[in-house]
Design a binder for this molecule. Sequence first.
Ligand code: PLP
Length: 442
Amino acid sequence: MLSRRKVLAAAIGLASVDVRAERGSNGDGSKPVRETPLKAGYWGTQFYDEKELQQLSEVHSHRQPFRWYGPGDQPPGKVAAFEKAWAERMQTRFALAVTSGTAALQTALAALQIGPGDEVILPAWTWHSCFNAIVLAGALPVFAEIDESFNIDPADIETKITPQTKVIMVAHLQGNPCDMDRIMALANKHGLRVLEDCAQSVGASYKGRPLGSIGHIGIYSLQLNKTITAGEGGAVVTQDPLLFERAARFHDLGALRPLHEKVVGQPRLDWFVAPQFRMNEFSGGVLLAQLAKLDSIVASVRNNARYVYEGIRDLPDLRLRHLPDPAGELGSAVFLGFKNKEQCERYMQAMSKENVPAHLPAGSVKLPVLRHIEQKVTVHPAWPSFNTERGKSIRYGEGCCPRTLDILSRFAGVSLDPKFTRRETADIVAAIRKVYPSIAGT
Ligand SMILES: Cc1ncc(COP(=O)(O)O)c(C=O)c1O
């Protein structure tokens, strides 16, 4: 009689790998699932072809690398076209292209008029840029714990709200959407704004809505490690014309150019002092070509992740990373949880022997325990963030995020790639099936 595992494996075409998995765990002399280590690549650049080249060549031949003007009768239009297409894809009224995700965060906080005396709540596990953008605005970062989604824990946000809190900065990390229903309910209850950082989840959605379109303002990164890329780049989206106008002015020295004036309709603001984060036309062209491929890249990686989830679904004691909306997740990696750090380390060692390496959550940083953050180091000693009574009294370090540190020590994942073949995703299933049950069951 066929075991339940074999029936499921046969149903999804895994019969042969499952037989190999039956041979027992590596270390008792069995053959590893793969002969060479499986490695996910950078996503967007694997899809570069003549479309990106064509865009670059047009900017080159028209000698129009700058978005606002240049030689020739026709004005440049790549970045403008990218902004229009991005707003359509993300289902927002407005989109602004900028030089990076970090610049996008600074622009979004400026659009929300965040400054000295204000507090912004952010997850203890996210990228440097989130903390830095808050401090660079002169505001005070306040950490909240993550939950088993590796994203900010809505329950912990509520405990961190003070009369000075203005914004909840949520980050949809490693392709996984945050629990936006709970976060928006909380923000509405307390009259707060929500900034969605979608840098690591470009193309993902929550209950059918593109990430970035749910909060008051959203940002994306288009750097090499992201879903699509021009090497560097970023974007800001919002439904609110006032936020858009302040963002557009902030990214361009305080000016509102005719194109953006037309987009906002009636300007509401005057000049103010601001930096310069304009995207160039080469990047705009490459991103136009990449954006046309976004949905197929997302479909491929999701498909691969679903194949893995299906292939391991019946394993006893299975504990997946919490997915607030499994249908909207990108599937950047399949993370499994353990009772403790020691089990997790054994899992990583065993997977490595199978040549299907699993790693701890990656791509973000345990910010509160970084030395310069714990010591509140800024470019100038009189920086406003930490010079108020509240700024002086706030404590970072391990003590402010014990749950985050614990969760991050006992989950490990295998990264996925939109170009993985069926053989490669089947190898992931075979390796997990071979090593996970004996470790998680102890
Ligand atoms: C969550 C998050 N926010 C913001 C950024 C900043 O993006 P960029 O590198 O384009 O400045 C990153 C980059 O990795 C990120 O992971």
